[in-house]
Design a protein around this ligand. Structure first.
Ligand SMILES: O=C(O)CCC(=O)C(=O)O
Ligand SMILES: [Fe+2]
Length: 195
């Protein structure tokens, strides 16, 4: 699939452990919350963010916000995370948002496009930690053909160019497939240029 770059095992186990700790620190300052879809349902994935903008959803819709729902600013994006962005997409502008998705054993994410950003020529970089996840990626149009791949702890995925607007989601995770985190679950970080 053009524009979709999968780097299995990009991060060593030491780097994964350090990153998991950095994510815990983000969650101390900006606790995970369950976004509410515009139709009023809580998403199964819990989220928080780092960076200038954080992604939130509530009855009013989906958007980037300058502050956590508590009113406090989002923590800075950790240097460990910025270093991955620079290594995989050296031509891109600096990321302004690092969305932290936490998937418990039952969580999933429905097929969607990432299109709340102003400059869609900038890539999205995703980093996976913890349990394996079955990622599905399809077409620009809803309901087109799709293919699946497993994202494992330490994998990095770049969605850029022609892949930037493909529908994608997480069908399920495989609880207990990784021992990185302190229990079952998966963390996904997505880095984006927003403004
Ligand atoms: O968890 C993942 O791998 C995908 C997350 C995602 O698509 C998103 O946050 O927009
Ligand atoms: Fe997405």
């Amino acid at each position: 699939m053009r524009g979709l770059l999968h780097y299995p095992g990009w991060l060593s186990s030491d780097e994964q452990r350090a990153l998991a700790e950095d994510v815990r620190q983000i969650a101390v300052r900006a606790p995970l919350f369950s976004p509410i879809t515009p139709s009023g349902k809580a998403m199964s994935v819990r989220m928080t963010s780092a960076g200038r903008f954080g992604w939130t959803a509530d009855r009013q819709g989906y958007r980037y916000a300058p502050a956590h729902p508590s009113g406090l600013p989002w923590p800075a994006i950790p240097e460990s995370v910025l270093a991955i962005w620079r290594a995989v997409v050296p031509e891109a502008r600096a990321p302004e948002s690092c969305l932290v998705n936490f998937y418990g054993p039952e969580a999933r994410m429905g097929l969607h496009q990432d299109r709340d950003e102003r400059d869609l020529s900038q890539p999205v970089v995703s980093i996976s930690l913890g349990d394996d996840a079955l990622f599905r990626i399809g077409s620009e149009t809803r309901g087109g053909p799709s293919q699946s791949l497993w994202l494992r702890s330490g994998d990095v995925l770049v969605m850029g160019g022609e892949a930037r607007l493909l529908h994608h989601g997480i069908d399920r995770i495989a609880p207990g497939s990784s021992m990185l985190l302190r229990g079952p679950g998966r963390i996904n970080l997505t880095l984006r240029v927003v403004s």
